[in-house]
Write a protein that binds this ligand. Structure first.
Ligand SMILES: [Ca+2]
Length: 238
């Protein structure tokens, strides 16, 4: 389930973040939609047509234009400020089936840096950074934080981050944030607990540190410090 309370204002200027705070969800976006998946398609309901629409990137995703034409229809980007961490697109556009929306944010980075984004979506999602496709997941699922982990490299200065979120039925929304080392470690522990070895390998490859703080009740695998060959927990105390 996703949140329901959204505020939307009609303006024509990009949303800009001054850097990103680790683990803080991105709750302000420019959004565009709803775009019918079957617009221009001869066979509504065709699963292949859904995927074909998902695969399409029908306009520039690097240079923002306040008004954008998609499959012959003109759309205007509007500012969305979500009151919940999960952005509820049903709250923005109403209940819709077989539709897509785009979400756009500019992020000004003080320096170049490689980071990991945590992305959740209901349903399928694609992510572009500075016009380059950096992630896609053709899936049907509920939106949950950090379902997908996406390594990206931000350049110094303004960066253009764009998400496409395509819905089949029911709920429709997304969540996106920059993951901290602690969040990556939590994801690593959770994936290991569920036996998801591919995710474990992926997270380790993205720099997740099993020795990072992972919360109460979980103990990272640090070697015990030793003193003169005697474990510290057995040393005589004065
Ligand atoms: Ca859905």
């Amino acid at each position: 389930m996703v949140g329901t309370s959204q505020a939307r204002h009609h303006v024509c200027w990009p949303v800009t973040y001054e850097s990103l705070k680790p683990d803080e969800f991105m709750t302000k976006w420019l959004v565009l939609g709803p775009i019918s998946v079957f617009e221009g398609q001869p066979e509504p309901g065709n699963p292949d047509a859904q995927k074909k629409s998902f695969d399409a990137a029908p306009f520039s995703l690097e240079h923002f234009q306040p008004k954008t034409v998609v499959v012959g229809n003109e759309y205007t980007w509007t500012v969305l400020r979500s009151e919940s961490n999960l952005v509820d697109l049903v709250g923005v556009f109403g209940p819709k089936e077989y539709v897509a929306a785009y979400a756009w944010a500019q992020i000004d980075m003080p320096q170049e840096g490689r980071v990991v984004l945590g992305v959740g979506s209901d349903d399928a999602v694609k992510v572009w950074l500075n016009g380059e496709l950096v992630h896609e997941n053709w899936t049907q699922r509920a939106a949950s934080p950090d379902s997908d982990v996406v390594p990206v490299t931000f350049k110094k200065g303004p960066n253009q981050l764009v998400l496409k979120i395509q819905n089949g039925h029911g709920d429709w929304g997304f969540a996106c944030r920059l993951m901290s080392p602690q969040s990556l470690a939590k994801g690593l522990v959770a994936a290991a607990g569920r036996g998801k070895l591919d995710t474990v390998k992926q997270l380790l490859g993205y720099g997740a540190d099993v020795n990072a703080c992972v919360g109460p009740g979980l103990f990272p695998a640090r070697p015990k410090p030793r003193h003169h060959g005697i474990p510290t927990d057995r040393r005589a105390r004065p």
